[in-house]
Design a protein around this ligand. Structure first.
Ligand SMILES: Cc1cc2nc3c(=O)[nH]c(=O)nc-3n(C[C@H](O)[C@H](O)[C@H](O)COP(=O)(O)OP(=O)(O)OC[C@H]3O[C@@H](n4cnc5c(N)ncnc54)[C@H](O)[C@@H]3O)c2cc1C
Length: 393
């Protein structure tokens, strides 16, 4: 059984064999993966050591102290947070061997082709079709709000393979090659001025059956693993006490005594306590995660994260008065990721608006918490047993 001492020893061996100061960044990351120190709770041979997930912190601390390079998780969040756990759970051995290493090192960026113009909250209504043709599937349709599609080598994709079945049952889950000539990616500009996300047109895209994840028609079940992990990935990042956005607001408060008022002080204290409660709840959720897949509790975490991000960034803009309204750069950019702590208050305020939409809207997450955590009666669903092709659209 791998324990903390064993991990420290393995980390020291890695650092001795590949000194960060003289080793190429990618070589170091590959060596770290091969040593099982990438995500220690993954299986041996796939970047892990079957160790408790909580022990990852031991490795991370040792590597940070030694100045080892990281894999830039902000840039590859969809791969790490969503594609990887889904591939691990439903992928074949070949798929795990092919995809997980370059996913973790960041050599291959992933995106998520789920939402469509007519299917967001009601994702199971999706209309993108995949039709079997010999050893391939031929995919046609349109996806939207696809974060990082402009950077991505691969996508996790859900598509309809049987329109005669009710909507949840005729869906299949695939890995889509974003370099296929039938894939067209167009930027969508957001309220921040940037285009983090895109619309993606799929025209006659050929996906080999070997790139199917899970059984034909089981895509909804596979997608649940992705979505549960997405909510934990968005809402459940490990941060230190007074870290993240509340840390930025507290630093503003300390740096600008001339802007303080009694009312803003009271509100900051309330937000500080709420942020600490959310942080500690996240710690508890991560401990639950060491025992298996995330459950619907992750929805509660993501809900709290979105509410806090909007409230704290709103407080900051108000506190900083006219300085809170400055915005450094409105030129259209296609960024590598989201930066909640390194940019100005105006960016945080605008970007936080999307937090209550991405990864499931707050209204939909409230429904999930009500039904699946609190056990309240479900919303009436009249379309559960109707063939998808007969649903009104
Ligand atoms: C920044 C950002 C990044 C994103 N990245 C991706 C990505 O990479 N890949 C991807 O596939 N998608 C992505 N999305 C899309 C996101 O998942 C969807 O926007 C979201 O699921 C909502 O779907 P919709 O936009 O179609 O809104 P709709 O589903 O049309 O919702 C409209 C409104 O109706 C409400 N509503 C809907 N159903 C119910 C209900 N049953 N009960 C109560 N209220 C309801 C919603 O809460 C919302 O207020 C991203 C979105 C954002 C903002």
């Amino acid at each position: 059984m791998t324990d903390a001492a064993d991990l420290r020893r393995r980390t020291a061996d890695l650092l001795a064999a590949h000194p960060p100061a003289t080793t190429d960044r990618l070589d170091f990351l590959r060596a770290r993966f091969d040593a099982g120190l990438a995500w220690v709770h993954f299986p041996e041979g796939l970047g892990g050591l079957d160790a408790p997930r909580s022990l990852q912190a031991v490795v991370d601390a040792e590597l940070a102290a030694a100045g080892a390079p990281g894999n830039d998780p902000g840039r590859i969040g969809i791969g790490l947070g969503m594609a990887a756990p889904t591939i691990l759970r439903f992928g074949t051995d070949e798929q795990k061997q092919r995809f997980l290493r370059p996913l973790w090192t960041g050599e291959e960026v992933w995106c998520q082709l789920f939402s469509e113009p007519g299917a967001g909250s009601d994702l199971a209504a999706l209309a993108t079709r995949a039709v079997r043709d010999g050893e391939d599937w031929v995919v046609d349709g349109q996806k939207v709000w696809t974060s990082s599609a402009h950077l991505a080598r691969w996508a996790i994709l859900i598509a309809r393979t049987d329109p005669d079945l009710p909507k949840h049952r005729g869906i299949t889950y695939f890995v889509c090659d974003m370099t296929d000539p039938g894939v067209e990616v167009r930027p969508l500009r957001q309220i921040t001025g940037e285009a983090e996300f895109n619309e993606v047109f799929l025209t006659g895209v050929r996906i080999p059956d070997a790139h199917r994840l899970g059984e034909v028609g089981e895509g909804w079940k596979v997608a649940q693993t992705t979505l549960m992990n997405e909510r934990v990935a968005i809402g459940g990042n490990r941060i230190p006490r007074e870290g993240g956005m509340i840390g930025v607001a507290a630093a503003d408060w300390r740096a600008r005594p001339e802007l303080r008022t009694h009312d803003l002080h009271q509100r900051l204290l309330t937000l500080w306590v709420d942020a600490e409660v959310a942080r500690l709840t996240g710690e508890r959720l991560r401990q639950q995660l060491t025992k298996g897949q995330p459950g619907p509790e992750g929805s509660g975490m993501k809900l709290a994260f979105a509410r806090l991000a909007q409230d704290i960034s709103g407080w900051e803009v108000e506190f900083l008065a006219e300085d809170g309204l400055t915005y450094d750069d409105w030129t259209m950019r296609r960024p590598d990721g989201v930066d909640f702590t390194g940019r100005e208050a105006g960016y945080r305020y605008l970007r936080a608006k999307g937090n209550s939409i991405e990864g499931g809207t707050s209204e939909v997450l409230l429904n999930i918490v009500a039904e699946r955590v609190l056990g309240l009666p479900p919303e009436p669903r009249t379309d559960k047993d109707v063939a998808w092709k007969d649903l009104p659209r």
